[in-house]
Design a protein around this ligand. Structure first.
Ligand SMILES: *Cc1c(COP(=O)(O)O)cnc(C)c1O
Length: 388
C-alpha cells in the first residue's frame, strides 16, 4: 500500500467501524457494577432487539459469534441430543463439528459450496431431532440460504424442533424475520453487520427457546457459557461475570445509528450495495460464485487464468483488504463486503479499485464499465443478480 491509499477493510468481518464508535473506546474506564454499566447493557440489549425486529430475549456474551453459538448449544440441548446440521460451506459445517466435540449426535445435510440448501432435503432429516443448525448467510460462499422456505418445510415435519440460525453475517444486513419464520436461536457477533469492534457475541432466543432454557434440562457441563445464568443477570443490565463493557459502550454508538434507519430500508440498501459489487465484478469478466447472493458478501470468481488470491493481493497493494476463498476454494474466488460502516458511494469506490486491479492484472475492458455497472445496480434492485 502506498501513502496515497486510504486503507479499506472490505473483508466479510471484521468490518470498518465508524469514528464515533471507535472514539467511544477512549472513555474513562467504568466499573461494571454501576448504574452507568447497567444502563449500557440494557441499551445494548434493546438496540439489538430492535435490529432483530422482534422481542426475542437478547443475551450478550463476551466471546466472538462462535462462543455465543456454543453457549446456545450447551444451554438448551440435553447431553447427547440428536441434531441436524444443514451446511453448504465452512461456517455451516462448523456448528456440526462443534456439536460433535460437545458429545451431541449430528446428522449432516450437505450441499456443494456455492449452492443453496433445498428446503425438502433439510426437512427430510429433522424427524425426531431436537435441533437444526443452519447458516443464513454462508460467508464462505456468498450464499444467502432461503431460511424462510427451509424453516417452513422443517416445521411441517417437526413442530418442536429448535431452529438455530447462524445469522453472524445476516443480522442487520439481510431480511430476517425470526417470529414470522418461526426461528428459535439467532446468533451473531459484534464485528459483522452491527459494525462494532470484535469481541461480543449475541444469542437471541424465541419464547420456545426460553421455555427450554428455563426447564433446566440442558447439558449440565457448562459454566461460563450458561445462558440461563446470564439471563437472570442481563434482564437487570447485569452480567454474570465481568463483561467487555467498553465494547458494549462502543456497540451502543454503532447500533444507535443503525436503529435510526427503518429495518427494511437497511436491508434494501445493503442488498443494493452488494449487488453493485457483484455487478462490477461481472462487468470485468468475473462470474458470481453464489447461486443465491447474500447481501453480506460478494463472492466472485475472476476470469482465467487469474486466481482469487491474486485479485485479493492486488487489492491489498492498493490498501483494500478483501478476502480470498476458503478451504478447497481458497484460490478460486475473492470476496468483498460492505457489511460494515460503509455507504453506497463506497460501492463505487470499490468498483473503481477493481478496475485498477484488473487492468493491472492484464484484463482487457473498457474503462468505466465496472463503475457504470455498480451505479446501475444501486439504482435498481437488480433482481437478475440474485441467481446465477
Ligand atoms: C464470521 C462468521 C462466523 C464466525 O464468527 P466469529 O465471530 O469469528 O466467531 C460464523 N459464521 C459466519 C457466517 C461468519 O461470517
Amino acid at each position: 500500500m502506498s501513502a496515497f491509499n486510504r486503507p479499506r477493510l472490505l473483508a466479510p468481518g471484521p468490518v470498518e467501524v465508524s469514528p464515533d464508535t471507535l472514539r467511544s473506546l477512549s472513555q474513562t474506564q467504568i466499573h461494571h457494577r454501576t448504574p452507568e454499566a447497567r444502563k449500557a447493557v440494557l441499551e445494548a440489549r434493546e438496540n439489538l432487539s430492535k435490529l432483530l425486529g422482534t422481542d426475542f430475549e437478547v443475551l450478550i456474551t463476551t466471546t466472538s459469534g462462535t462462543g455465543a453459538f456454543e453457549a446456545a448449544i450447551v444451554s438448551l440441548l440435553e447431553d447427547g441430543a440428536e441434531v441436524v446440521c444443514a451446511e453448504a460451506g465452512k461456517f455451516g459445517k462448523r456448528w456440526g463439528q462443534m456439536a460433535e466435540k460437545l458429545g451431541y449426535g449430528v446428522t449432516y445435510v450437505s450441499t456443494e459450496w456455492g449452492k443453496a440448501l433445498r428446503p425438502d432435503d433439510v426437512a427430510a432429516a429433522v424427524e425426531g431431532k431436537k435441533a437444526l443448525f443452519i447458516t443464513h448467510s454462508e460467508t464462505s460462499t456468498g450464499v444467502l440460504h432461503d431460511l424462510q422456505a427451509i424453516a417452513k418445510a422443517v416445521r411441517a415435519v417437526n413442530p418442536d424442533l429448535l431452529i438455530y440460525v447462524d445469522a453472524v453475517t445476516s443480522f442487520a444486513v439481510a431480511e430476517l424475520r425470526p417470529t414470522e419464520w418461526d426461528l428459535d436461536v439467532i446468533v451473531s457477533g459484534s464485528q459483522k453487520g452491527v459494525a462494532a469492534p470484535p469481541g461480543l457475541g449475541f444469542a437471541m432466543l424465541s419464547p420456545r427457546a426460553l421455555e427450554v432454557l428455563n426447564s433446566g434440562k440442558a447439558n449440565p457441563r457448562r459454566y461460563y457459557l450458561d445462558l440461563a445464568k446470564e439471563l437472570k443477570s442481563q434482564k437487570n443490565g447485569e452480567t454474570a461475570q465481568t463483561p467487555a463493557i467498553n465494547l458494549i459502550q462502543a456497540l451502543n454508538v454503532s447500533t444507535s445509528r443503525l436503529v435510526s434507519i427503518p429495518l427494511e430500508d437497511l436491508w434494501t440498501e445493503k442488498e443494493k450495495m452488494n449487488n453493485a459489487l457483484v455487478a462490477a465484478g461481472l462487468a470485468l469478466g468475473c462470474t458470481n460464485f453464489a447461486e443465491r447472493v447474500s447481501p453480506a458478501t460478494a463472492a466472485l470468481v475472476p476470469p482465467a487464468p487469474l486466481s482469487g488470491k491474486q485479485v485479493a493481493d492486488a487489492m491489498k497493494a492498493r490498501g483494500a483488504r478483501a478476502a480470498a476463498g476458503q478451504d478447497a476454494f481458497k484460490d478460486s474466488m475473492f470476496r468483498i463486503s460492505l457489511m460494515g460502516y460503509y455507504d453506497r458511494y463506497d460501492a463505487l469506490a470499490v468498483a473503481g479499485i477493481l478496475e485498477d486491479v484488473f487492468a493491472g492484472l492484464g484484463v482487457q475492458f473498457e474503462r468505466g464499465v465496472a463503475v457504470k455497472a455498480a451505479w446501475d445496480a444501486l439504482k435498481n434492485a437488480a433482481p437478475e443478480l440474485v441467481s446465477k
